[in-house]
Design a protein around this ligand. Structure first.
Ligand code: HEM
Length: 152
């Protein structure tokens, strides 16, 4: 019991000490750092070009409705970054069902998104915050898991 209390105290203290680091970040800081709605639209446009030129990704995107994808992904990134948008597309699981997205492809898209954000001068801390918020979508988007790690 004593040990539990001690552990809880350490956790609380940690939270307290770490809190000020994040305290100055308001909920829309990431949105601002992305360049607000117009910055996000430019990033998504850039991302679309990179997807089309990436042989790991291009095939599945060949017949998409580009305008719809651009609008919906922009809304989604705007909302996730704390901006004043609401994502109105289909839920991630149903839109990606049957596309057969692999782990490698998920990472490839994240990599291209980072390149697009770099291109637009988005600071690294904001890139990382956005990526953090995309991680929970992974399980709904990917349906081909990475191959099992070889046993040693
Ligand atoms: C961080 C990863 C990803 C995010 C946040 C994401 C997000 C989205 C969004 C917002 C849409 C539009 C939904 C709509 O219009 O209702 C979409 C559609 C689509 N995504 Fe993803 N996606 C991701 C990864 C991938 C990957 C890795 C692939 C394939 C290699 C992929 C393939 C597609 C395709 C083909 C569509 C169009 C489907 C259709 O219009 O029928 N996505 N995605």
């Amino acid at each position: 019991m004593q040990a539990h209390r001690h552990a809880l105290l350490v956790l609380l203290l940690n939270g307290f000490i770490l809190m000020p680091v994040h305290a100055q970040e308001s909920s829309s800081d990431v949105y601002q750092a992305l360049g607000e709605r117009s910055g996000i639209e430019t990033i998504v446009k850039d991302l679309l070009g990179r997807i089309a030129n990436d042989e790991r990704l291009a095939a599945q995107f060949k017949s998409i409705d580009v305008r719809r994808f651009h609008r919906n992904l922009s809304d989604q990134l705007c909302q996730l970054s704390g901006g004043p948008c609401r994502y109105g597309g289909d839920d991630m699981r149903s839109i990606h069902a049957g596309i057969g997205v692999t782990d490698t492809q998920f990472n490839a898209l994240a990599e291209q998104l980072v390149r697009a954000m770099e291109e637009e001068g988005v600071p690294t801390w904001a890139q990382n915050r956005l990526l953090e918020r995309l991680v929970p979508l992974h399980e709904d988007i990917v349906d081909v898991p990475a191959e099992a790690a070889p046993t040693q």
